[in-house]
Write a protein that binds this ligand. Structure first.
Ligand code: FES
Length: 284
């Protein structure tokens, strides 16, 4: 763990009574987002993230601002903001801690982690600690099942967690210690993450690896065994990638791309050159 101080927002009331009003700068950024799209209303989702980055939730003021900028009704904006669970209608803590309790994570320990954190933090689902530091929520599958049980902090992955590691995680966050995702990046605050989701990068995108051993194991096994994908009738995106790789004669990516295309196929579609009868292999 690095000794570099993390950026942390001060604790603030959790009743939502005190929030920064939207400034001219925010209105300008809302218009900047809308202008990125051929149809300005397509920018509504990142605009709502920007509102959350400024006010810690989707406020009535934020809904009105989005509606004004896009020339649509507040009801239309509200309809979107209440549909997606990433948009919060209650004040959020400095950090959002999401525990995956979907099936695989649940049986691997996600349920136990969630119960332990509820007890440790003294909050229930979708509630915020009294110091405003942590909002705890159980979340659905985040497509990281190969690292189950998974916890997310401000949408960064914390893989292979246990009740004990999760308690240490929230204690570190509350103490303002720097914490890194198990995949590398330094954790920011929830509001800072919301600004990134609004389309304003924080230059942390390249911190840490993009994939780890558990995710790449299938690719490694395919390479070791020389598995390749059959050609699909009429071709496919995978075929196009393979052909592009073959065209790059001598390029080291060629074989890499061929193998990636192979493992992107359904396991039952992959030809096992070393053992055609072994469809499932031992990839697990
Ligand atoms: S079930 Fe938890 S990430 Fe998929």
């Amino acid at each position: 763990m690095s000794t570099t101080p993390a950026t942390h927002e001060p604790a603030r009331p959790v009743d939502g009574a005190v929030r920064e009003p939207l400034t001219q700068t925010t209105y300008d950024e809302l218009r900047e987002i809308a202008a990125r799209y051929p149809q300005p209303r397509s920018g509504l989702l990142p605009m709502l993230h920007l509102v959350q980055s400024v006010q810690g939730m989707v406020t009535p003021e934020g809904i009105e601002a989005c509606a004004d900028v896009l020339g649509i009704s507040a009801a239309e904006v509200s309809g979107v903001a209440t549909f997606y669970t990433m948009y919060k209608r209650r004040p959020m803590g400095t950090h959002h801690v999401g525990v995956c309790t979907n099936t695989l994570c649940a049986v691997m320990g996600g349920d136990a982690i969630f119960e332990r954190l509820k007890d440790h933090l003294g909050v229930g689902n979708d509630e915020t600690t009294e110091d405003g530091a942590i909002t705890l929520e159980h979340v659905e599958c985040n497509a990281a099942c190969d690292y189950a049980p998974v916890v997310m902090v401000n949408w960064e992955f914390m893989d292979d967690q246990t009740p004990e590691s999760a308690v240490q995680l929230v204690d570190d966050l509350r103490a303002g210690r720097e914490v890194r995702s198990t995949r590398g990046p330094r954790l920011c605050t929830w509001r800072e993450a919301e600004r990134v989701l609004a389309g304003f990068p924080d230059d942390r995108a390249d911190e840490g690896p993009s994939a780890g051993e558990a995710s790449l194991r299938g690719l490694r096994i395919a390479r070791e065994r020389g598995w390749s994908a059959p050609s699909a009738p009429g071709g496919s995106a995978g075929d196009a990638a393979v052909e592009a790789a073959r065209g790059a004669e001598g390029a080291p990516e060629a074989e890499h791309t061929r193998q990636e295309a192979a493992v992107e196929q359904s396991p039952t579609d992959v030809q096992h050159e070393d053992n055609p009868g072994n469809e499932g292999g031992d990839a697990k």
